[in-house]
Design a protein around this ligand. Structure first.
Ligand code: DC
Length: 218
């Protein structure tokens, strides 16, 4: 049986940075499930699928073949064979990912892929429903969160570092809208699993959070 660490929480809580560091420390693979929903979103945007039209999303998602490879230790997301890592980190794709992830057909398809990956190797997997739905038997479950203002400030710093414009109020409003949608959807909403450990990273450094998780694994 593979060793599984599940990290769930709202966007911008630092899940991917932390999960990557934990995976490095434990020598296992890191699976970023948000990137899979983002690849699906990119497919829908490119095919001009109406975000309001759930039926159209359901139909279109069948033609998006999403898979994962590891190149030099980095997760590469392939959309119909194309490496889309460089195209999926925009606000537009993030918002569409949040919208399309409410559609059960999209979730079924991606959850199956995630479970196949975790059956093959030891993983640190991050997302919204990892501890509750994807890997309910995970060895360690973390619910990583931080206040929406803190998360918006972190996101603005990232955007500015990339040379992009960032308006704090707008970024915070987007984060809160996405939180609401992720927490209130019918299929696999974001929530803390009963056996997950709550970690609030608002006043913690990355190293402190990583150490907390590694000590839980020990
Ligand atoms: O973590 P992220 O911002 O890359 O995720 C993008 C969107 O994908 C997020 O708004 C919700 C959705 N998502 C999900 O529904 N389930 C997951 N396991 C991961 C992401």
């Amino acid at each position: 049986m593979s060793y599984q660490i599940a990290v769930d929480g709202p966007g911008g809580a630092g899940k991917s940075t932390i999960a990557k560091a934990v995976a490095r420390a434990r020598g296992c693979i890191y699976v970023d499930t948000g990137a899979m929903y983002r690849a699906m979103a990119l497919y829908l945007i490119r095919h001009e699928v109406d975000p309001e039209d759930k039926k159209a999303i359901e139909e279109a998602c069948g033609s998006a073949d999403i898979s994962i490879e590891y190149r030099d230790g980095e997760q590469v997301v392939l959309l119909n064979g194309e490496n889309v890592n460089a195209c999926i980190r925009t606000e537009q794709v993030g918002n569409m990912a949040s919208v399309c992830s409410v559609v059960p057909a999209v979730r079924r398809k991606l959850v199956e892929l995630q479970q196949r990956l975790a059956a093959k190797s030891d993983v640190v997997m991050d997302g919204r429903d990892i501890g509750t739905v994807v890997l309910p038997e995970a060895d360690v479950k973390i619910y990583l969160t931080a206040g929406s203002r803190t998360r918006a400030m972190r996101r603005c710093m990232e955007l500015k570092a990339k040379g992009e414009d960032a308006d704090l109020e707008k970024v915070q409003a987007d984060i809160e809208e996405r939180d609401y949608r992720d927490m209130h959807r019918e299929d696999s909403p974001l929530r803390q699993a009963e056996d997950a450990v709550l970690v609030d990273s608002s006043d913690m450094t990355i190293e402190q959070v990583v150490e907390r998780i590694l000590s839980l694994c020990r």
